[in-house]
Structure formats: C-alpha cells, structure tokens
Design a protein around this ligand. Structure first.
Ligand SMILES: Cc1ncc(COP(=O)(O)O)c(C=O)c1O
Length: 383
C-alpha cells in the first residue's frame, strides 16, 4: 500500500518540534518560519497546550453533539472576548474548507439566494462550494463547477458596486480573505472592505471574512479584516486555532438565526479540539502574542526591505511575503537545504513567512542572518 501521491514532498521527516524549531529523524535542527502553513500559532508543543489536551484526554476524549458540552461554551465565550465580537455565535467544525463551506451554505439559507461574490486569486479550500469560490480552475472538479460564483478583481470598488447594481438581489454572500495567503500575500484595502460592508448592508447580503489563514491574531488583530473598522457577518477560522490540533469554526453575527438541523458535524467541537483551542487563546492572552506579532512583524518587514536582493515585501504582522530579484529563484531551496530554514511559498516566486506568533527576536535575527547568507551563496554561484 502506498500514499496517494498528491503532495510534492521535501525529503525530510520531522520527528520533534518545540517553539519555532523542528528536528528531523537524523537530529538535524531547522528554524520554522513557515509554522506548518500558518498553523503553529503559539509555538510547537507549547507546554500549556500539551497539558490542556492531555488533561482532556484523561477526562473524556469524545462524545457526540447530542449532549451539552460545557467546553464548547467556554470556547465560545473565550473567542467572543479575545475577538471583541461579543454577541456572535460559534459553530465548530474541523478545517478551513469546512468552515467556509458552512459559512457559504449558511449565507444561502439565510438569504434564500444562490450567487456568491469571490475575488481573483482567492483560496477558500477544496470542498465543493469553497473550491468553486477559489480562483484556481485546476483544483475545481467538473462536479464542483457552477455559475453561481462571480469572481471580481480584488480592491476594485467600481467593479464591486457595478456587480451589486446589476445582481445585488441575487447575491447571498461576499467572501474575502483579509490578506490573500495562497495567492502570495495581497491585502484587501480598508476602503474596499468598507465598501463590501456598505454594499452588503444595502442589498441584504452576508459578508464572510475568511480568516482561516490571516486570522487568530497573526496580523496583530484577532481578525485582520478588523483593520477596516467594520464587522463581517461571518468569520471563518481554522489554521492557528488549534496550534496543530485540527479544528475550524465560524463566528456568526446575532442577526443570523440558528435552526435545528441547519448545520451539523460528527467531530466538530469535540472536547480535545476545544481544549486545544482554549489553550491557544489562553496563551495568546497570557503571553500578549497579538501585540507581539504586530511588533515583531513590523521589525521583520522593515528588515527585509533593507536586504539587498529582496525586491518587494508585502504583508502585516507575521503574515509576510517577499519576492526576490532575478537570479535568486532557488533561494527557498537554499534556505531549506543549506541554511536549515523552513519557509512557505506562493507561485510563481513569492516566499511566505508564517512563523509562530511566539517567535523570539533572536530567532527572527537568526532568520535574517541565514537569509543574507543564502543570498550571498546564490550570488557567488552565479558570478
Ligand atoms: C484563506 C484560506 N481559506 C481556507 C483554507 C482551507 O483550509 P483547510 O486546508 O484547513 O481546509 C485555506 C488553506 O490554506 C486558506 O488559506
């Protein structure tokens, strides 16, 4: 039996992790500037997170959503508090795609409409509606193709307004990442997010803030969309939410009403996942990680802008993308293989940094040193 071969793998087996470091099966240490794709929010194997999951495991690992689950209510209260969305309701699921799938479906139930506005280069996941709202035809199966999704250019207020003027009464939802991640770190502008809120209010449309990658404190605010000073109707969350324990959720405005059977899941909201997610929020609050993400992110962005060979730098907090000058296309490979640093990528040539929010200044400096060394090494090879 072999694995279904869908991932282009680095030939490295990670067997140990702590904070912003990981080790392979031969004992080689790596600096993790990728956070397992924005998942590691409070640091690998954070002791409080490990203990919370361990305690829950000993008490009760699973029961179905047919009984009262006090830990789910605790998590809802904690998210209300840390996000500032005081009277929003929480629906728990297992992943980012599932969160967006439920958000889109809920918007359609709520409005009785079918059309969804999404944006060019967006990524919302691989389940049926989420993938249809993702601007990448190569991952949309024929069965997922639909005329119900309208793709508009990001940050084009006129295109948005024109679409609402002609089709406003057919639209169920607008879904937007606060900062597009998979696309290569492109921010939705403040006026654009405000225009979405206004158009949605006028036409009775649900504004869905996909916060799966850019949320959970990564940019210095709990939801990166909050920079615009307007609320969304639904926030989807996943990645950083469990620090590696699988969990996703949507946070739903009070005017959207629940009804028995409207949404549901077997594993969503299981006690182990809730314990992991509560631990993450407790650590974010205790260690002041949102403010630190903003501060360290600004430092890192400024430092990157001053490195010879770096062409453009985008992002906010610890969600950063940068492009290199010509001739440095192999930088990511050199960083991993020679300098022992994990980074993320976005095609064709963006390096993405999505480290733990708890990364230390020493590790940021170490990364900058190794980045400089990798650039020098590549320049020497080409000279
Ligand atoms: C913005 C965004 N939404 C949704 C998803 C899908 O999340 P998952 O892989 O947990 O289904 C991702 C994953 O990269 C994402 O970046």
């Amino acid at each position: 039996m072999s694995l279904f071969n869908v991932y282009p793998l680095n030939p490295i087996a990670i067997t140990k992790a702590a904070g912003s470091r990981v080790w392979d099966d031969k004992g080689q240490e790596y600096l993790d500037m990728y956070g397992g794709h924005a998942v590691i929010s409070i640091g690998h194997t954070h002791p409080h997170w490990v203990k919370r999951i361990e305690d829950q495991l000993h008490a009760m690992a699973f029961y179905s959503n047919s009984v009262i689950m006090p830990i789910q209510e605790q998590l809802a209260t904690a998210i209300n508090e840390v996000s500032g969305k005081k009277d929003f309701q929480l629906f728990l699921c297992n992943s980012g795609a599932e969160a967006n799938e439920n958000a889109l479906k809920l918007a359609s139930f709520h409005t009785g409409r079918k059309k969804i506005i999404a944006f060019k280069k967006s990524f919302h996941g691989r389940t049926s509606l989420a993938v249809a709202a993702t601007d990448n035809p190569s991952i949309v199966a024929p069965v997922n193709e639909t005329d119900n999704i309208i793709f508009l250019p990001l940050n084009d207020i006129t295109a948005l307004q024109n679409c609402f003027a002609t089709q406003g009464k057919e639209i169920a939802a607008v879904i937007i990442e606060g900062i597009q991640g998979v696309a290569g770190i492109y921010e939705a502008s403040i006026p654009f997010l405000q225009a979405i809120r206004k158009c949605c209010d006028e036409a009775g449309v649900v504004y869905i803030a996909d916060s799966v990658q850019c949320g959970y404190g990564r940019t210095g605010q709990f939801f990166s969309h909050d920079i615009a000073g307007v609320n969304a109707d639904i926030y989807s969350m996943a990645k950083g939410m469990g620090n590696g324990f699988p969990i996703g959720a949507i946070l739903i405005a009070p005017h959207i009403q629940a009804k028995f059977g409207l949404l549901g899941t077997t594993f969503g909201g299981n006690p182990l996942a809730c314990a992991a997610a509560l631990a993450v929020i407790e650590v974010i609050q205790k260690e002041n990680l949102m403010a630190l993400a903003a501060e360290k992110g600004s430092y890192l962005i400024d430092a990157l802008k001053n490195i010879a060979g770096v062409k453009t730098v985008r992002g906010r907090g610890l969600m950063i993308g940068f492009e290199m000058e010509d001739g440095l296309e192999d930088l990511r490979k050199v960083l991993l293989n020679d300098c022992k640093v994990f980074t993320g990528e976005a095609k064709p040539n963006v390096i993405r940094l999505l480290p733990s929010l708890a990364i230390t200044m020493e590790d940021i400096q170490l990364f900058l040193n190794r980045l400089n060394a990798a650039i020098q090494q590549l320049k020497q090879t080409h000279s």
